[in-house]
Design a protein around this ligand. Sequence first.
Ligand SMILES: Nc1ncnc2c1ncn2[C@@H]1O[C@H](COP(=O)(O)OP(=O)(O)O)[C@@H](O)[C@H]1O
Ligand SMILES: [Mg+2]
Length: 261
Amino acid sequence: MIRIAFAGKGGAGKSSISGSFARLLSRRGGPVLAVDSDPLPGMAYSLGIAVDDHPTPDNVVVEGPEGGPKWVLRPGLDAAGFIDTYASTGPDDVRYLQFGNTWGHFQTLQRGQHAWSQVVREMDPAAWNVVGDLPGGTRQAMFGWAKYADVLAVVTEPTPKSLHVARRLLNITKAEWAPSQVVVVANRVDEDEDIERISNALDRPVIGSVPNDPAVVEADKLALSPLDHRPGPFVEAIEQLVGVVESTYDMDDQRATKGKP
Ligand SMILES: Nc1ncnc2c1ncn2[C@@H]1O[C@H](COP(=O)(O)OP(=O)(O)O)[C@@H](O)[C@H]1O
Ligand SMILES: [Mg+2]
């Protein structure tokens, strides 16, 4: 199972890439859970789930025991049951969980946040491929919000500002919980020099290079997934990216069976 999270500056392309990645991965077989920890809508659109406000009832959580988390899933409801009942289902059968859905009233937000975190923490890693979309900035990435991921992909545009954020994010490799692989995905790349600029600025493998594709912006205006509106160079690049990530996992398997670290 592939577990990957996308991080980067706001506007770098995390949601467009992660949503399309989730769907293309699902088309290759295997259940995919898209976990969106950006409380602002983004990934839902690129998944093709135009309406992401599926409020989950307040009563899925109850007050937690003394000394533990403030709110926990109610007795009898575990992560699998929660996903089964409350994750939305999008095109290509991707299941989608959004963090910070207001659940009808913002005062219940905290309960929703606890439930989301518990589900992501406790879900069976053998049951799902997981594709995550982190909000812009460094906070979530640094503080372990993507602990579900084996691969953290930092999305960057070939601009100094975007690269600056990417450099900070790559500090995550120093975090205690850091994912086993931290890689770079170049987005809105127009020419070879763009890739060069990125590899020169960041000391990490660039595993994907996604071209600037006007169809992505058109799709956004129509509230469509890039997969459902004029799929072209962008979609092809994400397809390649899925292939690269899959083969990296295969290599890990081989290493594991050969008993090498
Ligand atoms: N490769 C691309 N080509 C053209 N437009 C893109 C590309 N990637 C992202 N965009 C556009 O850039 C904007 C920001 O992308 P988004 O995925 O929402 O970024 P993030 O989630 O990182 O904030 C969107 O309007 C999207 O359509
Ligand atoms: Mg986004």
